[in-house]
Design a binder for this molecule. Structure first.
Ligand SMILES: [Zn+2]
Length: 420
């Protein structure tokens, strides 16, 4: 904990929610941002320890809005497939107990790649993940904010009445870090009974977020519209087919809307196969969408229609998904992928998705996501491999080349201010 006033200066400061500052400074006290502005003005008002990051770019921490850290053991073990149901079958067939050492390793790596907050989905007891986090450093975990959602798979609705009594929801978190949040979440419309969806929604009120995999494959809509398609085979294999609630004669988005599952606390993950009508439903319910560009490209060969989602002013955040469908857990790599797939989108918008978009999705926009007075000192300095002369080039550099620079320098180009 920093108890004296600290002043950090750099050539470029990207607050995200306001104009980029050239030759700027950030003032930090007790790990909270006290002020941000032009270096000259800041130094005329504040006196404290000055640390200069010279030609670096100071940027808010990135947010990984969708991850399955427990699947880290599957890295490189799943043969790449463009057919989602085949991929899912392989993931299920190779399922093991989570490896705590690997979870710890990947948590550390995420922090080195600029990630300060994660929404994690898990099927195994959450304390395995939590224990791995505390193991690293019980006083200060590597990830500053961690929301763990235990995933429910319940196609027959057997758990509907038991949802309020799930042990994870009744665990006293005081013995761990206060910045960990736990909850439960339905996996997807085709693996969770409507009554269980409703029961989960009922307990996910207030500020608790709920998340759902939505329209990740084309087979999902086919299943809901006609009761056919490749997901039927998967459900048969698992002993889940037939399902009493299918076909539903509508898209999965329309179906969940009928269950009143969507609201401002809902994260809809993927949303690749959504129609204009579906987009209107998501917009009207004020949900957040999470896109996982590298995973989506691997499994589906396409990403959600970002232009259309932006046009409809729906909040977008970015996730890595798991190491079963990605070779790294890096939001820098995801930003670069988004930029190559959507060259028309301004890099500033992509950086916004990776920071404020994620903070809004996590309901933590008062603490993280931008460099503003009163927010946490979850900020890093990034040394680019070249001299940057224009403000927009600083953002463009981070979005397009950040991952390459991290790889080339073995992550040493990124320095967290609170660890400095
Ligand atoms: Zn997922």
């Amino acid at each position: 904990m920093q108890s004296s006033l600290e002043i950090y200066t750099a050539k470029w400061i990207i607050p995200v929610t306001s104009e980029i500052i050239e030759n700027g400074a950030v003032v930090v006290f007790n790990n909270k941002i006290l002020d941000v502005g032009k270096k000259k003005e800041i130094l005329s008002v504040y006196h404290g320890k000055i640390t200069s990051f010279d030609d670096a770019i100071i940027c808010p921490g990135l947010i990984n809005a969708h991850c399955h850290i427990e699947l880290s053991y599957l890295k490189g073990r799943i043969s790449a497939s463009n057919k989602f149901s085949e991929w899912l079958k392989e993931v299920i067939s190779k399922k093991e107990l989570p490896d705590r050492a690997l979870i710890s390793f990947n948590m550390k790596l995420m922090k080195k790649k600029g990630i300060c907050a994660v929404i994690d989905i898990g099927n195994d007891p959450f304390w395995l993940t939590l224990a791995s986090l505390s193991e690293i450093n019980p006083q200060k975990p590597n990830i500053n904010y961690f929301i763990h959602l235990n995933e429910i798979i319940d196609p027959k609705g057997r758990l509907a009445n038991a949802i309020p009594f799930i042990p994870e929801l009744n665990t006293d978190l005081n013995e761990y870090e206060k910045d960990f949040t736990i909850g439960i979440t339905p996996h997807a419309p085709y693996t969770v009974h409507p009554e269980t969806f409703k029961a989960i929604k009922k307990i996910s009120t207030g500020n608790t977020i709920s998340s759902v995999h939505l329209a990740e494959s084309g087979g999902e809509n086919e299943l809901f519209l006609n009761g056919t398609g490749d997901l039927v085979e998967l459900l048969e294999l698992r002993g889940h087919w037939p399902l009493s609630y299918l076909p539903a004669n509508c898209s999965t988005t329309k179906y969940l809307d009928k269950l009143s599952f969507f609201d401002a606390n809902t994260l809809c993950v993927h949303c690749i196969h959504v129609s204009d009508t579906d987009i209107q439903i998501l917009k009207n319910n004020n949900v957040s969408i999470v896109v996982c560009p590298r995973s989506n490209m691997l499994l589906s060969g396409k990403i959600a229609d970002i232009d259309n989602i932006l046009k409809n002013q729906i909040n977008i955040s970015i996730g890595t998904d798991s190491l079963a469908s990605n070779d790294k857990l890096s939001i820098f790599a995801e930003m670069s992928s988004l930029s190559s797939n959507f060259p028309e989108i301004d890099p500033e918008i992509i950086l916004y998705m990776a920071t404020m978009g994620g903070a809004k999705a996590m309901k933590l926009s008062d603490k993280i996501g931008s460099i503003e007075k009163g927010k946490d000192n979850c900020i890093f300095a990034f040394y680019p491999g070249l001299k940057i002369d224009k403000a927009h080039e600083a953002v463009e550099y981070l979005v397009k080349n950040g991952e390459n620079q991290l790889d080339m320098t073995k992550n040493t180009c990124l320095i967290w201010l609170h660890e400095y």
